[in-house]
Ligand binder design. Structure first.
Ligand code: F6P
Length: 342
């Protein structure tokens, strides 16, 4: 078997663990070869690749990022992109492609399958917003990174009696905010799934202040939104790939909170720290399981499927189903955080 592998979309810790697992399974157990395309789908369209061997993958398990590079380019957004993908696969004699990506990249993989291209998907994103899998690799590491940052911010917020707004990533869902907010002991967690009322936020902060337990840490998901009409947000615009620009909500909230409560309010935007660094043990194991399962699905010619984790088991789900609905934060886990709001 000859397989191509590519990493597409936002990077995250664990990508190299997937690559390493695919290569090990294919080379050692399936008597095949793997080539890795550079910079996501762009490398496939431009036929830029490197041969991946077990030796080439030595030492990459704990490394964040992706040795192949990534991009947000999609074949359907490039004139003749799909034909270029097909031509590269024929030229390289590939049986199929393993696409490691999030919603956008796996949506393109779904369409490639519909158009007759042999693909298998691996769910990747720190956002954990892919509906067909209980968790994506990258998420656990992002939560660990955000939690460590929140732990650090408690001591400085307490020393100055300040409100600290900590903005985390997650696009249009609040998994990172909810999990790191609970783990980090946040006083409040603002997520896209539950629009916030600025008056209620300020009342909660005042109650904490009145109870003498000040130094509030408020974790704000970058996609958090105010209750309609309660707080004006500027038009965010879209990036070159058509994604709504996110980030900056905490900087808009801070002056408003300070003006209404009189409490000194500071902002920390964790940004790309959540995408960097070495994957946690949990992410290394999950990524390795996904990589092996993807190679096995390819060997079984189960094209058009994505590997996923459900009830602790790795399963295969149709790509069509995998990217249908984003996974939002379940009310019961968000309610856990609410127990600790003042
Ligand atoms: O999807 C992962 C993610 O980190 C989101 O949480 C974030 O909004 C986005 O990517 C940032 O995209 P970029 O890396 O293109 O700035």
């Amino acid at each position: 078997m000859r397989l191509g592998v590519l990493t597409s979309g936002g990077d995250c810790p664990g990508l190299n663990a997937v690559i390493r697992a695919v290569v090990r399974k294919v080379e050692r157990h399936l008597n095949g070869t793997v080539i890795g395309f550079r910079d996501g789908y762009l490398g496939v369209m431009e036929d830029r690749y490197e041969v991946l061997t077990i030796d080439r993958c030595r030492g990459i398990l704990p490394r964040g990022g992706t040795i192949l590079g990534t991009s947000r380019h999609q074949p359907y957004a490039h004139p003749g992109g799909v034909d270029k993908v097909r031509a590269t696969m024929v030229r390289r004699g590939l049986d199929g492609l393993v696409v490691i990506g999030g919603n956008g990249s796996l949506g393109a993989a779904r369409d490639l399958h519909t158009d007759g291209v042999a693909v298998v998907g691996v769910p990747k994103t720190i956002d954990n917003d892919l509906g067909a899998t209980e968790v994506t690799f990258g998420f656990d590491t992002a939560v660990a990174t955000a939690t460590e940052a929140i732990d650090r911010l408690h001591t400085t917020a307490e020393s100055h009696d300040r409100v600290m707004l900590v903005e985390v990533m997650g696009r249009h869902v609040g998994h990172i905010a909810t999990w790191s907010g609970i783990a980090g002991g946040a006083s409040m967690i603002l997520v896209p799934e539950e629009p916030f009322d600025i008056d209620e936020v300020c009342d909660t902060l005042r109650r904490r202040h009145d109870q003498g337990r000040f130094a509030s840490i408020v974790v704000v998901a970058e996609g958090a939104v105010p209750v309609e009409g309660s707080f004006a947000l500027p038009d965010p615009g879209v990036d070159q790939f058509g994604h709504q620009r996110l980030g900056g909500i905490a900087h808009l909230l801070a002056p408003e909170i300070e003006a209404r409560t009189g409490f000194e309010t500071k902002v920390v935007v964790l940004g790309y720290l959540q995408r960097g660094g070495s994957p946690t043990a949990a992410d290394r194991v999950l990524a390795s399981r996904f990589g092996i399962a993807a190679a096995e699905a390819a060997a079984d010619h189960e094209w058009g499927t994505m590997v996923a984790i459900r009830a602790g088991k790795v399963v295969r789900v149709p790509l069509v189903e995998a990217v249908a609905e984003p996974k939002v934060v379940a009310a019961d886990i968000h309610d856990v955080g609410k127990v600790f709001f003042a």
